[in-house]
Design a binder for this molecule. Structure first.
Ligand code: ADP
Length: 384
């Protein structure tokens, strides 16, 4: 604690080149002041009138990677990344020179290790007897907000493009058939055309459903109808569907224990379909996708294992985030499936996770609390 309280002054004395903060170190009460500043979760920086750093709190050190000792006496411009428009700093100085505060401006700064971060700041002069004695900057880390904004922009561009492709194909196909029919009087489509039409329509409806589900999750309107479900029946049903749509992978189902859960059948099927589709998408043709289930401490744990490309360790914590994709260039998805699956499983009081090794494959598992269907006092029509 002593350290925190006197941090600015001990360094100032030892380096001998720092301006004194007279009004702060004059009284013992000022210890409390420092404790207050240091307790703030928002990064705070204070400079002298000559714009030399005289104080930074712990949150600032954590955000930037610099310690106070490293930046004491320096100009805060050491954080500048060169990516912030110059006008922002010009406007900031116009305000400060008039002894006014400059609020909510956004800049891109860089940490000690060179990585960039986005902050929204407010800076204000502390004035005493008409003279500026300090500048105080309070920062708010908006890096995550900005990343999400970027992903959303990118997502909208991709969705726009992805929606156009199947629509163009469908339009062309129909034009072709109209022309054919006009010529020959016959209007039958070939099997290949029909299959193409079908798969493009499936893609389109999957995309639209994912976008709608994702926005329902965001607005808390993804409704579920909870009923007693038998896990083995549910898995069997999905595997039948998935075998029909993909003949390029072997799908193996290991013994599934008898287990009942409370859940929304359609939504739980959606999770299984998502995980099996991903196993197909991210593994080579003719490889095996294995589905297994076991009961572990009053939960049924369902796992889908593939022999595919795997997921690098650094990406694993993020793959359940909205729009997150490991390989941005591979446009075979939209980064929504796992986000939606995670939400569905959480709403069932379960958990979902992944174990994966690059180039070896992945196992996605989810757990659901099991119930005894003979004892379950459950209102089947319960809606949430
Ligand atoms: P997408 O529609 O992009 O597949 P998901 O939310 O389903 O979106 O998955 C997010 C990302 O996680 C994918 O873009 C992919 O990079 C990675 N991923 C998901 N499942 C697998 C898997 N079985 N093997 C390898 N990577 C996977």
């Amino acid at each position: 604690m002593q350290n925190l309280v006197f941090r600015p002054f001990s360094s100032a004395t030892s380096s001998g080149n720092l301006p004194m903060i007279d009004h702060l170190n004059a009284e013992s009460d000022n210890k409390t002041l420092y404790l207050i500043l240091d307790a703030s979760s928002d990064p705070i920086l204070i400079t002298s009138p000559e714009v030399k750093i005289v104080y930074v709190n712990s949150a600032w050190e954590k955000l930037t990677g610099y310690t106070f000792a490293e930046v004491a006496g320096k100009n805060p411009r050491i954080l500048q990344s060169g990516k912030t428009p110059k006008e922002i700093y010009q406007k900031m100085w116009q305000a400060l020179k008039k002894q006014q505060s400059f609020t909510n401006y956004e800049v891109i700064d860089k940490r000690k290790d060179g990585t960039e971060f986005n902050v929204r700041s407010t800076i204000y002069p502390v004035v005493q007897n008409d003279k500026v004695i300090h500048y105080v900057q309070i920062m708010y880390d908006i890096t995550k907000e900005k990343q999400l904004e970027e992903l959303q922009k990118e997502f909208i561009a991709v969705v726009g493009h992805e929606l156009k492709t199947p629509i163009t194909v469908l339009k062309l196909l129909s034009q072709l058939h109209i022309a054919k029919a006009k010529k020959s009087g016959a209007s039958l489509m070939s099997l290949t055309d029909l299959e193409l039409l079908g798969s493009e329509l499936d893609r389109l409806s999957r995309l639209i459903n994912d976008v709608l589900d994702s926005s329902r999750i965001e607005t808390g309107r993804l409704h579920m109808k909870f009923e007693i479900q038998d896990i083995s029946g549910l898995i069997k049903n999905v595997v039948e569907k998935m075998t029909i749509i993909n003949a390029n992978h072997k799908i193996v189902v290991r013994t599934i224990p008898n287990a009942s859960v409370i859940g929304d059948r359609e939504r739980l099927e959606q999770v299984l379909i998502n995980l099996i589709s991903n196993a197909y998408k991210y593994s080579p043709e003719n490889s095996t996708v294995t589905i297994s289930a076991q009961i572990i401490r009053k939960n049924v744990v369902v796992s889908i294992t593939d022999e595919g490309i795997g997921i690098p360790k650094k990406d694993q914590p993020h793959i359940f985030d909205r729009f997150y994709q490991v390989r941005k260039k591979s446009r075979i998805g939209f980064g929504l499936g796992l986000y939606i699956s995670n939400d569905i499983i959480r709403r069932h009081k379960g958990k979902i996770w992944v174990k994966s090794q690059t180039s070896k494959g992945s196992t996605f598992s989810f757990s659901l609390p099991i119930i005894d269907p003979t004892k379950a006092k459950y209102k089947e029509t319960n809606r949430f």
